[in-house]
Design a protein around this ligand. Structure first.
Ligand code: BG6
Length: 485
């Protein structure tokens, strides 16, 4: 199958940091279909060779095991091409169409890795020159809008030129092997399904913690904040995968229909419930891994006195028969104690304890990163001597599965997986417009309330697990975050 993959924003950070290195990995693993061309589109004049040199230099910033040798790069670089385009000029799109038509590849993937405010313009122009035929797919990088209205506007313009099945919205969390494993865990095993409901589960906690700060992206981040940057997309996608009903088939739309149902079942926020069930924080100076790190307000390009949240914790409820009354706690933040993404499923305690001591309830920890694995915490008899008439003591033990180790040679990075799926036309791991809009609909009352609330975010020290209010949010229900137990 021949393909042309065109990157708009071909010299931008995303292209050289993530996309080209991911394509290189796919090529190195022999997964990239033969007969491909990769075209980077940028605003400045460069030759193909100049672009190849630019990419080769940038590989220095890529993890060493993922860097090409000179000889490898020379072979891979033959796939790379460059084209200057002024994205406002129709004739430049006509030129691109000629370039594509001259070869007539089976599949054309147009990846929009530009600033999102250019998406409407690019999509309209592509449609106008007819670069939207059935063999064309367009990939849209996040952020897709900054609220419901702007997301709907982007979707409206995209749908004027492309059918829904041609529009691939990226949420790179869906490309992570550990996240795909969620579906495998739930629907590839009969073991969990009977327990996966309110009768057996006390609460579910989803944490996406980062130890990094906002780096050099202070201006972008300050316009965005953690709710838009991480919750509306990554955290809610994880929640849908944990809470969805078993789909009838593995088809993209069967899965996305079920995920949409979860989003529609989320209890809507009111101004009162935002004050009660949503916590926002902003990091102050602190220490991470023994290194002093500055406060958010001292980061490059962050405006003085910013009220942007770098931490969010929420209590959510999925209002349906399976989950009624089970709290879902979501939390994400920058400059937290560790880079750690995990989902903790806390089971209910046994209904009638017959052993001595406080019985710990079972816990399933789905580790997403940095490790990819599963821990099941159980209780077992220690097997030592028990004095006559004394009830037996139980001790915690855990079953610990390390998927990185088990599948080492087959692990594929998130962007590698998503790019190969985009080329191959597999839509399962892309977000449908209605899912994306529903997620915006749910976070919107929080955005509104915070906009009108002068209290601002609560401070937390860099290197901590966020403001104490995030712990209080759970303590109220009689629960605690996993690291506090
Ligand atoms: C991106 C956010 O979507 O995800 C970043 O814009 C964040 O702010 C990143 O750092 C986290 O991704 P990962 O794969 O490193 O967990």
């Amino acid at each position: 199958m021949s393909f042309d993959l065109v990157f708009f924003g071909g010299t931008g950070d995303l292209a050289w940091r993530k996309l080209v290195p991911a394509l290189f990995q796919a090529w190195r693993h022999g997964k990239l279909p033969e007969g491909g061309r990769i075209l980077a589109v940028g605003r400045h004049e460069r030759s193909d060779d100049e672009y190849r040199r630019f990419i080769e230099e940038r590989f220095c910033d890529v993890e060493s095991s993922k860097r090409p040798s000179r000889e490898e790069f020379a072979r891979f670089a033959a796939l790379l091409h460059y084209r200057r385009m002024d994205l406002s000029l129709p004739e430049h799109y006509a030129g691109l169409r000629q370039w594509v038509d001259a070869r007539g590849a089976d599949t054309v993937v147009l990846y929009l890795a530009t600033d999102p405010h250019l998406f409407p313009q690019i999509c309209a122009q592509l449609g106008a020159v007819g670069l939207n035929g059935v063999n064309v797919r367009v990939v849209l990088e996040k952020p897709l809008g900054h609220d419901l209205a702007s997301a709907q506007e982007i979707n409206r313009v995209v749908s004027a030129s492309f059918r829904e099945s041609q529009a691939l919205r990226i949420d790179h969390y869906l490309g992570k092997s550990a996240v795909q494993n969620l579906t495998a865990l739930r629907f590839g095993n009969a073991l969990f399904e009977p327990l996966w409901r309110r009768e057996s589960i006390a609460n579910i906690q989803i944490t996406i913690a980062e130890s990094l700060g906002v780096g050099t992206r202070g201006d972008f981040y300050d316009r965005t904040g953690a709710l838009r940057d991480m919750v509306q997309n990554h955290a809610l996608q994880l929640l849908t995968m944990i809470a969805m009903e078993p789909p009838a088939t593995g088809d993209a739309d069967a899965i996305r229909d079920e995920k949409l149902k979860v989003l529609k079942s989320l209890k809507p926020f009111t101004p009162e419930s935002v004050d009660r069930d949503a916590v926002r924080g902003q990091y102050r100076a602190g220490t991470i891994d023994g290194q002093a790190v500055p406060s958010y307000l001292e980061e490059l390009k962050v405006p003085p006195g910013s009220a942007c949240e770098t931490f969010v914790a929420l209590r959510a409820e999925v209002q349906n028969w399976r989950w009624a009354g089970v709290p879902f706690y979501l939390r994400t933040g920058k400059r937290l104690a560790a880079r750690d993404a995990q989902i903790v499923v806390n089971f209910r305690p046994v209904p009638h304890p017959i052993f001595a001591g406080a019985a710990r309830a079972n816990q399933l920890v789905i580790k997403l990163q940095p490790e990819d694995g599963l821990e099941l915490h159980l209780l077992a008899a220690k097997g030592g001597h028990t004095a006559a008439k004394m009830p037996e003591q139980l001790a915690p033990v855990s079953l610990d599965l390390d998927f990185d180790k088990a599948f080492l040679s087959e692990r594929v990075g998130a962007y590698e997986r998503l790019l190969l799926d985009a080329i191959g036309g597999r839509l399962n791991l892309f977000v449908r417009s209605d899912e994306q809009e529903q997620a915006w609909r749910w976070v919107e009352p929080i955005l509104q309330r915070w906009r009108n609330d002068s209290a601002g975010p609560r401070p937390y020290a860099a290197g901590s697990w966020g403001p104490p209010a995030a712990s209080a949010l759970m303590a109220r229900d009689g629960f605690a975050w996993a690291e506090e137990e």
